[in-house]
Design a protein around this ligand. Structure first.
Ligand SMILES: O=C[C@H](O)[C@H](O)[C@H](O)COP(=O)(O)O
Length: 273
């Protein structure tokens, strides 16, 4: 993936999960953010800072002509603090590639997102992108949705509609909970001024994510559902042993490669562009 003859990067030593996140993010950037890409979506979550870090390593020359579109406050700050040019999806409704985090990814590349309440903007940037890639550590790499991520499907709702939507979700068999702030009295308010409901469903219901997505999306008051179905083209997971696992869409099937060696100290190939 990177040239072994280049000078090695001097990187901070990271342990465990953080090292896994960095490896996944670097590998995804190297594979999907090409020197010629001009509009790049930057997602949310704890792995995404390493995505931005790797993009910066591609060099000032290649980044000078690029626009970076954020999925929310966190990624906007990352873009600005990295000295990259901030764009928005209303200026760039077609994005070359978006890289984002995930809460859980199944073996068919369906994902749960929205643990950070950003899934409305994230889905817009995912669908606007020619290529949508997610990055995470090994804990998010699953076979079926709802097994590792048990707090439920994140549902962004208009504030005035939340009680009605909670009742709708209960009638569908869910156990909805209004997401509350951690250092704030009252509910979490999204970057769009809405509330978030977390709705766990049974394994049987979660096994049909497209049907569940369509059912929840039709509830009046729902802005977006954190089920990403048929939108992820590739997923990169950092493992505990320093390797990465990749799941890449190949036609209608998903090619999975485990134990892939990736050296984070090698500079990205696009750095010379
Ligand atoms: O709303 C937040 C996003 O979907 C995040 O990408 C997702 O929650 C993963 O975040 P983290 O890497 O912090 O677990």
């Amino acid at each position: 993936m990177a040239s072994s003859t280049s000078a090695r990067l001097q990187l901070p030593q990271l342990d465990g999960v953080e090292a896994a996140k960095r490896a996944a993010a670097y590998a995804a950037v190297d594979a999907h953010v090409r020197a010629e890409d001009r509009v790049i979506g930057i997602g949310s979550g704890s792995t995404v800072p390493y995505v931005v870090e790797r993009i910066v390593q591609q060099g000032k020359a290649v980044n000078a002509g690029r626009w970076f579109v954020p999925t929310g406050f966190q990624s906007k700050e990352l873009i600005v603090h990295a000295g990259l040019q901030l764009g928005d999806v209303d200026c760039y409704p077609v994005i070359d590639v978006t890289i984002d985090g995930a809460d859980e990814v199944d073996s068919a590349l369906n994902a749960i997102k929205g643990g950070g309440a950003c899934h409305l903007r994230e889905k817009v940037l995912a669908e606007a992108a020619k290529v949508f890639v997610v990055v995470a550590d090994y804990r998010k790499n699953g076979t079926a949705l709802g097994q590792a991520w048990t707090q439920g499907v994140p549902v962004e709702v208009a504030e005035f509609a939340y009680a009605k939507v909670m009742r709708d979700l209960q009638r569908m068999g869910g156990k909805p909970v209004l997401r509350m702030g951690k250092a704030k009295a009252g509910p979490v308010v999204t970057d769009n001024g809405n509330f978030v409901i977390d709705a766990p469903f049974s394994a049987e219901v979660m096994a049909q994510p497209r049907a569940l997505l369509q059912q929840i999306k039709l509830l009046t008051g729902v802005l977006e559902v954190g089920l990403f179905v048929d939108v992820v083209q590739a997923a990169y997971f950092g493992n505990q042993d320093g390797t990465i696992t990749t799941k890449v869409l190949n036609g209608k099937t998903v090619d999975t490669q485990e134990g892939v060696t990736f050296d984070v100290t090698q500079p990205p190939a696009a750095a010379s562009a």
